[in-house]
Design a protein around this ligand. Structure first.
Ligand code: ADP
Ligand code: MG
Length: 218
């Protein structure tokens, strides 16, 4: 469902991605591992349409996103891609429920529809009793699960995660990892996950290693 072909990216004279080919099937969890500076985040940002490649193309659900205008790209991203980062980036002034609703509001869903979906997700993640709490009233593990719910609110085709358990203790990391697996098993949710966590890397359907701007094996 996602195919990136011959992706090149440089920052000034520094060549970061040197012709990367990378694809993911629907319902697959693919993890990307590799040393710091290998280009993992750069690749994730390009396949997530947050950044553009200098050369090569990215096709998601049969749409060549390399060819979309900036405004069509924002709409496409909002509808098709969910993001989870190492730090949850929840908005501190808003409750868990409101944070989860934000991508739905951006996608012009009604308040009622957005809140219904957000409530359903909170229940699924065992956080129904935390709906009206603000981020600083939640534990690290709870904050990251709210961020997962926010990533899922628009039913994205694919979820991209960059070191999602990098800031969690091992118990919370483990429950986040089994949550990813449940979402894959129950809803065929597709994931690309950049991680340093061995356990998470190993539970994937496929693990690819990046080194010096290239993919070593897949
Ligand atoms: N916006 C940027 N401007 C300049 N250099 C960058 C930028 N983003 C990343 N880099 C450089 O690209 C290389 C790869 O970075 P990154 O993709 O973040 O690696 P990883 O996620 O594998 O640690 C690093 O050397 C980093 O310093
Ligand atoms: Mg990175």
């Amino acid at each position: 469902m996602l195919q990136a072909t011959d992706i090149h990216k440089s920052y000034r004279e520094l060549e970061i991605l040197k012709g990367v080919d990378f694809g993911v099937n629907k319902g697959e969890i693919v993890t990307i591992v590799g040393a710091s500076g290998a280009g993992k985040s750069t690749l994730l940002h390009i396949v997530g349409t947050l950044d553009r490649a200098d050369r090569g193309e990215v096709i998601i659900n049969n749409v060549n996103v390399s060819k979309l205008s900036q405004s069509n790209l924002s709409t496409f991203r909002n509808q098709h891609i969910g993001f989870i980062f190492q730090f949850h980036h929840l908005l501190p002034e808003f409750t868990a429920l409101e944070n989860i609703c934000i991508p739905a509001f951006i996608g012009r869903k009604s308040k009622k529809e957005a809140e219904l979906r957000a409530t359903e997700l909170l229940a699924m993640l065992g956080l129904e009793h935390r709906a009206s709490h603000k981020p600083n009233e939640l534990s690290g593990g709870e904050q990251q699960r709210v961020a997962v719910a926010r990533a899922l609110v628009n039913n994205p085709s694919i979820v991209l995660a960059d070191e999602p358990s990098g800031n969690l203790d091992s118990q919370n990391a483990q429950s986040l990892h089994s949550l990813f697996r449940d979402l894959r098993d129950k809803f065929s949710q597709t994931f690309i996950i950049v991680t340093h966590n061995e356990e998470l890397a190993e539970m994937a359907d496929r693990k690819v290693t990046m080194k010096d701007g290239q993919i070593l094996e897949s």
